[in-house]
Design a protein around this ligand. Structure first.
Ligand SMILES: Cc1cc2nc3c(=O)[nH]c(=O)nc-3n(C[C@H](O)[C@H](O)[C@H](O)COP(=O)(O)OP(=O)(O)OC[C@H]3O[C@@H](n4cnc5c(N)ncnc54)[C@H](O)[C@@H]3O)c2cc1C
Length: 248
């Protein structure tokens, strides 16, 4: 299991609960994902089955097939490579954005079945974390929301209703599975500087985890400016990433 921690501010009302960061772990992935993808693509033109191709396709042939896939845009074979991540230490604001990606699979810690007995962690945006006055306001609002939540729970209100009071900043945990095609799409949108900071941190961390497992597929993954002109048009951040190396 590979683990990567990325800095993000985390606030907790209890002084002892000071865990920080977007905590992303790669739980599992398709073994030899580039070979799996190449075999699936090669099968279209092969007189033998995929199991035999998996054994006999040379590394050079795998590279050649991958190049055709990645340069032609015939990406369906990329759907045979799958990655599962455990994501902790992120806000509900982040996961609301994440689950808009419909071609992924999710399971998230439930606020119906998990009632908070103690204060949860609250994710602090960097813009708030650096300003002591704003940080104080932020923490006070979270504390007030949590205390009201507890009052409702203590009065017998179900967690599924009491949770209406909890802020978007509340820390949550989610498992997400994406195939390689969806990952490339997710990275294009969410590694971009136009993406919100927290999901951008998550996307960059996920990219760092998958890149070593399939270096050719992911070599130019990320915001569109890594491969060509920015696709955000007038909304461009004006601060492009360095260009990725061209595919050999
Ligand atoms: C910078 C930024 C700002 C955003 N702002 C807003 C906002 O203000 N309001 C808002 O509501 N959302 C916003 N979003 C979310 C955005 O609109 C998408 O919902 C989200 O990025 C998921 O993208 P997607 O639909 O391409 O991805 P996925 O759901 O992962 O789908 C991947 C691809 O599959 C195809 N696909 C999936 N489902 C269908 C379908 N039903 N029919 C046809 N093709 C399909 C499409 O080609 C799609 O691009 C924002 C996203 C970003 C990155």
């Amino acid at each position: 299991m590979t683990r990567l921690l990325v800095f993000a501010g985390v606030s907790s009302i209890s002084a002892e609960r000071t865990q920080t960061s977007v905590d992303v772990r790669l739980l599992s992935h398709t073994p030899d994902p580039q070979r799996a993808v190449a075999v699936a693509a090669r099968l279209c033109y092969a007189p033998v089955g995929a199991a035999e191709l998996m054994e006999v396709l040379s590394d050079d042939a795998v590279e050649r097939v991958l190049k055709v896939i990645m340069t032609s845009g015939h990406f369906s074979a990329l759907e045979h490579g799958s990655y599962t991540f455990a994501v902790d230490g992120v806000s509900r604001a982040l996961t609301h954005q994440l689950v808009r990606h419909r071609l992924a699979s999710y399971n998230q810690q439930s606020q119906r079945y998990v009632a908070y007995a103690e204060e949860p962690c609250f994710i602090v945006p960097p813009a708030v974390a650096v300003n002591p006055d704003l940080r104080e306001r932020f923490d006070a609002a979270n504390l007030a929301a949590f205390e009201a939540y507890r009052d409702l729970i203590d009065a017998g209100v179900a967690a599924e209703d009491a949770r209406y009071l909890l802020p978007n900043a509340t820390e949550t945990k989610i498992v997400v599975t994406m195939n390689m095609r969806e990952l490339l799409h997710f990275f294009e949108l969410r590694c971009c500087n136009r993406a919100q900071w927290e999901i951008r941190e998550l996307a960059l961390a996920m990219l760092a985890l998958v890149e070593p497992t399939a270096p050719y597929v992911f070599m130019d993954a990320g915001a569109s400016c890594r491969r060509g002109p920015c696709r955000e048009g007038k909304m461009t951040c004006g601060d492009p990433y360095p260009k990725a190396p061209k595919r050999e």
